[in-house]
Design a protein around this ligand. Structure first.
Ligand SMILES: Cc1cc2nc3c(=O)[nH]c(=O)nc-3n(C[C@H](O)[C@H](O)[C@H](O)COP(=O)(O)OP(=O)(O)OC[C@H]3O[C@@H](n4cnc5c(N)ncnc54)[C@H](O)[C@@H]3O)c2cc1C
Length: 338
């Protein structure tokens, strides 16, 4: 099968077998993929997807793995890892292959050319393709931070390989963007590249927004390098933050195996000690049960679960003590309010 795949895909891709997926995700969990194809440019990505579809093999397209949890049993089929990352500027337009890294690569390049529109999304782990899948979003610049900004606002068009195997250029409307939503959630279209229309702006203003947004994240999000996570694990409920509910239920520090609710941010589960997907599932179920019992609200996960899962870790949770000296963003704000 490996040779058949290599022959069909041709140059620009490497096919490997039995590759552990955990290192390719920000949560650092996930067993092996039967086959792992590294697509290094958009043509290779298109050929890889056409090949696996032609062979009728189950497949999954993997970006930075920042919004997925892969099961400990891994993935039976082909994981296509998108590392197609060419970026090209033409006036105020920038075209990026879909495996390009939003930050630092694309955002830093745009900022260095004094082009504004992408700087709001600094510090978010994402490929360009993942950003369109998610409709990447963040708050408008400080101090007002009065609205949520979305990547759809600067998207000009994207080149796709559609579910029907057509090569097609589509505009923004095609994506039916919403909050955490795009057509890519329910159609198996593959984004090959995306073109964004940016605006010339004062470079110092762009860098100021980047600096402020990075500082905002640093205060609220555990460091991915030392505490891997998928960012927010539960969807927010209209008008009520999931983190607030979890915090009010006294669940910060709750821990199954190597997975724990962060003391810094109650809606983030961190992999603090070689946690597994089974630990994560047990913790998610425990938090859902406790929050429903204590508040009546049901929390839903906002990440995608991919591949084969073992049964959740059994037993009772333990509680990790709060690290000494830790100050949350809310506590800091309370100290500074009159
Ligand atoms: C610490 C942290 C903070 C975060 N903060 C934010 C935030 O502030 N705002 C926000 O919006 N998100 C945030 N996220 C979520 C995450 O960064 C986004 O969902 C990101 O866009 C996922 O991109 P990815 O490349 O990792 O996609 P992956 O997780 O690899 O894949 C996600 C889905 O997208 C599909 N996909 C990927 N590439 C393509 C493509 N080329 N064509 C079609 N489908 C594709 C995959 O098949 C999969 O179904 C955060 C995550 C973390 C870990």
């Amino acid at each position: 099968m490996r040779q058949t795949l290599e022959k069909l895909i041709g140059e620009g891709s490497v096919v490997r077998e039995n590759i552990r997926l955990a290192p390719y995700t920000t949560m650092r969990v996930g067993g092996p993929a039967d086959f792992f194809v590294e697509a290094t440019n958009a043509t290779a990505l298109e050929r890889a997807v056409r090949a696996v579809r032609g062979l009728d093999l189950p497949y999954f397209l993997l970006g930075k793995g920042a919004n997925i949890v892969i099961g400990d049993g891994g993935f039976r089929g082909v994981v296509v890892h998108n590392s197609a990352d060419h970026i090209c500027f033409n006036g105020d337009l920038v075209t990026a292959e879909s495996g390009a890294t939003m930050y630092p690569d694309l955002i830093e390049l745009a900022a260095s050319r004094s082009l504004s529109g992408l700087e709001h999304y600094v510090g978010i782990p994402s490929t360009v393709g993942g950003a369109l899948w998610q409709n990447l979003h963040f708050l408008s610049p400080a101090p007002a931070r009065e609205r949520t900004m979305f990547i759809e606002e600067v998207l000009e068009y994207a080149d796709l390989l559609t579910e029907e195997n057509e090569s097609k250029r589509v505009g923004v409307d095609y994506f039916e963007f919403g909050y955490d939503k795009s057509i890519l959630h329910w159609r198996d279209d593959i984004v090959l590249s995306a073109t964004f229309r940016l605006q010339e702006a004062n470079q110092a203003d762009i860098y100021r927004i980047m600096k402020e947004n990075l500082a905002w994240r640093e205060l609220r999000h555990p460091d991915l390098k030392t505490e891997p996570s998928v960012g927010s694990i539960f969807k927010k409920i209209q008008g009520i933050g999931a983190g607030k509910l979890i915090d009010e239920c006294g669940l910060k520090g709750t821990c199954y195996g190597g997975m724990a609710i962060s003391h810094l941010h109650a809606n983030i589960i961190v992999n603090h000690a070689d946690g597994t997907a089974a630990d994560l599932q047990a913790l998610v179920a425990y938090v859902q049960k406790e929050v429903t019992q204590q508040t009546g609200y049901h929390l839903e996960t906002e990440v995608e679960f991919v591949g084969d899962f073992h049964p959740p870790t059994s037993g009772k949770p333990v509680f990790l003590p709060r690290p000494e000296g830790l100050v949350t963003a809310e506590e800091l704000a309370a100290r500074h309010s009159p």
